[in-house]
Design a protein around this ligand. Sequence first.
Ligand SMILES: [Zn+2]
Length: 265
Amino acid sequence: MVWIKGAPPPEASDEDHIAFFEKVVSCSIPDADEDPELHEIVTSVHCHSKHHSRTCFKRRDDECRFGYPLPIATSTFVLRPLSAPRGVNEKKWKEKAAKIVKSVKDFVTETKDIESYSVKDVLAACNVTEDKYREALGALCRRDQLILKRDPSEVWVNFYCPKLIRFWNGNTDCQYIFNPHAVAKYCVSYTAKAEKEMGDLMRKAQYEARSGNMDAVEELRHLGDIYLTHRQVSIMEAIYRLTHMELKHFTREVIFIPVDDSSYR
Ligand SMILES: [Zn+2]
């Protein structure tokens, strides 16, 4: 995590947030002759694959969960969740919005010479104005987001901070967060990611066991098997186990002696 000096507080104006975001973050592909080092980093590790990855469709099979290809925009703006205008059916309004956003995504994905298109060209080809496109994005978003000025040729580039990735020489993930609670939530859920994934897996295993009519003992054995064979281990633990290094060491020997009345001795 990187703290940046001089970042505007959450209550700052949209203009301040936008000015800061544009100063720190970029989504353009650097010129290969002018800045070969940054060009190499961005094109090799900072572009989402056009073929996506296995985890992209973990939640929905018709939409990349990371949002790629990302929205195009002639200028950076704050996108806020919108509700249907008064008197308009919310469900139909959202379906229409999803169609607009999909048509733009399909166009930028399927057009071979997309580099020659401007944002206006793409929107005109999809028969939608930029205001309507932004409204459609607002209808589908769930939290405030900063949408960076982005050309159609840059829809696969993940945001990056040029100074940071030059120093890091690898992939980074930049997200602009307006809500301080979201920072705490992000940190906690990231720290507990392994536990959450294990929880999801166990829930699925339990569902499978119950729909397979297992009795209680079989179900417990099944859950135990899943837990023991799917536990995520850190790289350090994996190295220690594979090389048979000592994982723990005691200077005292401890022997457990059951002394309570009911135990079997
Ligand atoms: Zn994807």
